[in-house]
Design a protein around this ligand. Structure first.
Ligand code: HSE
Length: 434
């Protein structure tokens, strides 16, 4: 089958991420899409500017409309942002019968009703996973995974810049303006940062989530929108003394026959899941009548993270072009599935928690640590409470990352020591993402 040809509108943070992911994951993408996917053209306001991606083989145009209309572009990926001219470009793509993928939350939230109507009439998909919560596949979760539920509420931290600002204010007592300047330097903030701090960006995203959750038209103008400019370090400290965290939330709730749509700074009990989501991360909790509450968190911005969502939409479109089941059961098309060797557990590597019950005698610690040292195992942390009376000593430790067979041999040797008063309790320590 011939490759599916992509035209990118915009080579900013997300556009460059889309190219990088294409370079890195071309083979995986082809296996999952069922056909090769290539980027043939891209538009950039300043084509000569150096970019952090390999643009080899991609034709660069200064005029985005030239990319939309190009004969070697089958799918248009709009990453310009803002309502216009992005809207005109998207409509031109739809009129030309070209599927569109967009990360543009403002355009979908404010103009999506008309766009979807035109796209349906033309029989062309318009996909927008990247428009909400960056890399978190929240639209897929709502639209596919939870499709059997009546959705009662969607509550989330859906602006990473705002969450970053509140977190730094909370943890380090830094003033609002200083943290905002830093977020802008790090590239998380919108071109107009008032969109972040006044809640407009979150309101765009909430509008989209609510429309999908409740099966209603996009209703951006109906969202009550309050920002975080008025939050002081003092508020944050007082809230903490009371056992709360202040988070900037988007809230969409079903109330009888109506819904509530709000973006607002909110005190959350510190034990709540959303209260613990800090920094630029986004998180969303969805309440469904059948499933109850489900939570999703991850990077809500950034080039490669947002590109992850863009590529999921492109792959869906590529799958659609081949008929049959839109989402293959095992994600890869059957001909793309390959057996992989599974590593034996003895060869896996991990850090371990050890709990040892031993006689409370001089030299016990030395005997244990010398066995660990003989097996090339380092102790990263150690804890022992003072034994009372003639109690045994209980020692807990965390080891360095070692091969499973190493730690088994070492703990067997420790358990065989005359001072051991029971088996060594061993648990693996997992660092998600390692
Ligand atoms: N400015 C947005 C944020 C970027 O901070 O979440 C992604 O929409």
């Amino acid at each position: 089958m011939v490759p599916l040809r992509i035209g990118l509108l915009g080579l900013g943070t997300v556009g460059q991420g889309v190219v990088r992911v294409a370079r890195r994951n071309a083979e995986e993408i082809a296996r999952r899409a069922g056909r090769e996917v290539v980027i043939t053209a891209a538009s950039a306001r300043d084509p000569a500017r150096p970019r952090d991606c390999d643009l080899d083989g991609i034709r660069i145009e200064a005029d985005p409309m030239a990319v939309v209309q190009a004969g070697d572009v089958d799918v248009v990926v709009e990453l310009i942002g803002g309502v216009e001219p992005a809207g005109a470009l998207l409509r031109a793509a739809v009129d030309a019968g070209k599927p569109v993928v967009t990360a543009n939350k403002a355009l979908i939230a404010e103009g999506g009703n008309a766009i979807f109507e035109a796209a349906a009439a033309a029989g062309v998909p318009v996909a927008f996973e990247a428009a909400v919560a960056g890399g978190i596949p929240i639209i897929k979760a709502l639209r596919e995974g939870l499709a059997g539920n009546r959705i009662d509420a969607v509550v989330g931290i859906i602006n990473g810049t705002g969450n970053y600002i509140l977190t730094r204010m909370q943890d380090e007592g830094i003033a609002f303006d200083d943290v905002l300047a830093e977020a802008q330097r790090l590239g998380y903030a919108e071109a107009d940062p008032s969109f972040d701090v006044d809640g407009v960006d979150a309101a765009h995203k909430l509008t989209i989530l609510a429309a999908i959750a409740f099966g209603m038209p996009l209703a951006f103008d109906a969202v009550t929108c309050e920002g975080i400019r008025g939050i002081t370090n003092h508020d944050i400290e007082l809230a903490r003394q009371l056992g709360y965290r202040i988070k900037h939330l988007g809230i969409a709730k079903r109330r009888g026959d109506a819904v509530e749509l709000r973006v607002q700074p909110t005190l959350l009990p510190e034990t709540e899941l959303l209260a613990k989501v800090d920094g630029v991360l986004n998180a969303v909790v969805i309440s469904g009548d059948a499933v109850g509450d489900t939570g999703y968190f991850g990077p809500g911005a950034g080039g490669d993270a947002t590109a992850s969502a863009v590529w999921s939409d492109i792959i869906d479109i590529a799958r659609d072009t081949q008929g049959g089941a839109r989402v293959p059961a095992l994600s890869a098309h059957p001909e793309g599935i390959r057996a992989l060797p599974v590593r034996p557990i003895a060869e896996t590597r991990s850090s371990h928690y050890l709990r040892l019950q031993v006689a409370d005698e001089a030299g016990v610690l030395r005997a244990i640590t010398s066995i660990l040292a003989d097996h090339d195992i380092s102790v990263e942390a150690i804890y022992q409470r003072e034994p009372r009376g003639d109690q045994d000593a209980v020692i807990a430790m965390i080891t360095s990352v070692v091969r499973e067979s190493q730690i088994i041999e070492a703990t067997d040797a420790i358990a065989a020591l005359p001072i051991a008063r029971g088996p060594v309790n061993r648990l693996r320590v997992e660092h998600p993402g390692d």
